[in-house]
Design a protein around this ligand. Sequence first.
Ligand code: MIC
Ligand code: SF4
Length: 641
Amino acid sequence: MGYTIAQKIIKAHMLSGDMTVGSEIALKIDQTLTQDATGTMAYLEFETMGLDRVKTERSVAYIDHNTLQSGFENADDHRYIQSVAKKHGIYFSRPGNGICHQVHLERFGKPGKTLIGSDSHTPTGGGIGMLAMGAGGLDVAVAMGGGAYYITMPKMYKVNLTGKLNPYVTAKDISLEILRILSVKGGVGAIIEWGGEGIKTLSVPERATITNMGTELGATTSIFPSDEVTKAFLEAEGRAEDYIPLSSDPDAVYDRVIDINLSELKPLIACPHSPDNVVTVESLKGTKVDQVCIGSCTNSSLYDMLKVAAMLKGKIIQPSVSLSISPGSKQVLSMLADCGALSDILASGARLLECACGPCIGMGFSPNSGGVSLRTFNRNFEGRSGTADGQVYLVSPETAVAAALTGEITDPRIFGTMPEVKMPDSFKIDDTAVVEPASPQEAADIEVLRGPNIKPFPSARPFNDSLSAELVLKVGDNITTDHIMPAGAKILPYRSNIPHLSQFCFGVCDKTFPERAKALGQSIIVGGSNYGQGSSREHAALVPMYLGVRAVITKSFARIHVANLINAGIMPLTFENPDDYDRISQGDMLSMNDIFAGMDNGKIVLEDKTTGESFNLVCSFTDRQKAILKAGGLLQYTKEG
Ligand code: MIC
Ligand code: SF4
């Protein structure tokens, strides 16, 4: 039996385990990336491991999320990350150099390598045939130290593309189509390989749009072959030597195969508040639009921006619409400037934002109240834009421009022939915004600069054999990490200050949660299915842990979040019978006994002392995970080990 692309990379990096689906495997990690909103915590964790230098082939620290410096906090965190990176062998991408995933694709990613990043959109690297996965900061810290990254061996899905995209139908529409087919939980436990004749027509930036948004499916990652298209991209980046060909074997076996005919696709749009709430753009024709945002790690490549500029050229946007453009990297922005496309964008009335995440993570550009915002981003979770009642829709750059020009949701195909966009044979290479680490000799003298915003992180409590605690919060299906630990301009600067952050925990669902949880001392949360989808932020586990949450019981979990819970020493459990979810209420007093034996045999009985009922909970912890929980979290476990 042959291998899929992902299985080939896994096989070459496997440190322990075997490729039985569902079993735990340990992988050697070649590259890591961090961004500043999760990076501060990841480097604090790395420092506590007491290692001098990273052991990876390449580790890069990006500053792209917290670039609004409305106080000392973000600037202090940047200084901390820059100094810690210099000391420990990590490349530092300065603020303004671009969004981590875009820059990593351009300058560092390599086909066939493994990459983990403390950001859930790290799978963007799958666009050039990397096995690239999002992870919690602590897992990234361990990988920087040379430790293995543990995942559950995923199933293999294949998406076969046939045909060719019509004008104004784009890679973003392919992403939205697969979300429509699979939903935000349809990729959980799977790696999605993209193949078929249709991929030959997709450039690397288009492929990267698709692997980027594969995160929204809940997939472990998504991957394209490394082929002539990949080779041309790497050559244009002056990195021909990084190319290796990579494809699946003809007799590789997939657990599921999905066919998409590109020729039949139409422009699509994801409606509030979920990326899988997908309909055709034409079905929403005429809906008034207040704001349009173009950028984010999904759609900010030079190719995307050149198309946007070509559509805007010689036209003026509607006065009722506010349009923002954030190019993905300095490379993209300076090439737009050099070829004159930037002038076309500015002349249209667009507002140019810096090369960073910006509005995607609520760092400015929040819509007006109740405002309709069309964004080329990957997430439209409730409240994420910074405006609680903002109505965010996800679209392609072409559909975004069509809305800016008409003031309403408009199928871009009405614009007739798409202006031709010619990609250059080579990109402008300027790595001056990437600061190299110090040599091992110089490193000893480098002082790590810490600001007052960095607070010691809380330590979890080891588990006892029994637990009695109140059900402090009961939430529904598809709870995102943006619900658990919101971001945005007011909160993000405190990513290294867990006590401060804790005031906002679950603020979208129940503002009284932090107070109540703290008062209880220890508590349990109950959720529906796909709990913890979205971001990789470990803060969505560390903050509940700080507030005393000991266990989370759900119908099912999202992959990165469940790992973060275990790392934070919070026990993730699922209902054996999902209907039991309905028989338990917020405020009930819950208790579990014989936890250790239960962890071993995969079943723990939950008694509801308030109603007198009892339920079976299931778990399938590996020996390593049990030891982590017993030790009180991964950090404690790593120190003890
Ligand atoms: C996001 O898109 O939600 C983020 C902000 O990039 C996060 C990381 C974070 O919360 O810092 C992610 O996707 O992991
Ligand atoms: Fe940044 Fe948005 Fe991409 Fe997250 S999804 S890395 S916030 S651009």
